[in-house]
Ligand binder design. Structure first.
Ligand code: ZN
Length: 192
C-alpha cells in the first residue's frame, strides 16, 4: 500500500510530462521547419484534442488551424456575404463569418478567428480570395511561431453543425481557376 502511494506522484508527473512537454515538442519541430510544399501547414485538425502548440484542449477542435504569420492577409475561402465582423470577446477573438448562400437556411458558413484587424463589414459581398483582414492572435493567444487562422465550417443555422472544412479545401486560391458554382468548394484562407 505504502509503495503504491509513493508511485502515484511518479505516474502523475509522467502523464503531465507527456501532455505538457513531449506533445508540445512534437508540434514545435514541424512549426519551426519550412513547410516545403505549396499548401500551408495545418497546426491542428478538425476534432483534434491538442491545440496548435500541442497542449491539450478542453473540448475537441471545432475547425482547422492554418499556419500563417502575424499581419498576413486573411482571404475569403469562397464567395459569400459577411454576416458577422466583430470582436467576439471569447477564444475566437476578432471574428468574421461569411455565409456562402445568403437566404438559404441550409447554407454553409465559414468562420475565421484571431484576426489582428478586420477589413470587411456586415453585409459586404466578398469574392473568393478577397482580403477580409489580417492574421493575429486575438482571443486564444498563439505562441510566437504558431500564428494561424482558425477556420470553421458550419452548416445551416446551428453553430454546432460543424464539419471538417479541410475535406472541402481544393487548394490555394488561384485567380485564373474557374471554381464550381453549384457546390461549396473552399480555398485556403491564406496566401500560399
Ligand atoms: Zn483553432
Amino acid at each position: 500500500m505504502e509503495g503504491r502511494l509513493h508511485l502515484l506522484p511518479v505516474v502523475v508527473n509522467g502523464v503531465g510530462m507527456v501532455f505538457l512537454v513531449l506533445l508540445p515538442l512534437t508540434h514545435l519541430v514541424p512549426a519551426m521547419t519550412p513547410s516545403g510544399g505549396a499548401t500551408p501547414r495545418i497546426h491542428t485538425g478538425f476534432g483534434d484534442w491538442l491545440g496548435s502548440e500541442g497542449y491539450p484542449l478542453l473540448s475537441r477542435h471545432r475547425g482547422v488551424d492554418i499556419a500563417s504569420r502575424m499581419g498576413a492577409d486573411v482571404l475569403a475561402a469562397a464567395d459569400g456575404r459577411v454576416t458577422v465582423a466583430r470582436d467576439n470577446r471569447d477564444l475566437c477573438g476578432l471574428i468574421v463569418v461569411i455565409d456562402h448562400d445568403p437566404g438559404n437556411p441550409h447554407s454553409y458558413r465559414t468562420v475565421y478567428c484571431h484576426f489582428s484587424e478586420i477589413a470587411v463589414r456586415v453585409g459586404d459581398s466578398v469574392k473568393r480570395g478577397q482580403r477580409i483582414g489580417a492574421v493575429g492572435t486575438s482571443g486564444q493567444r498563439a505562441f510566437p511561431g504558431f500564428e494561424h487562422v482558425h477556420l470553421e465550417l458550419q452548416k445551416g443555422r446551428d453553430i454546432n453543425a460543424i464539419e471538417d472544412n479541410l475535406a472541402q479545401i481544393a487548394g490555394c486560391f488561384d485567380a485564373a481557376t474557374v471554381y464550381p458554382a453549384d457546390r461549396l468548394m473552399l480555398t485556403y484562407p491564406v496566401k500560399c
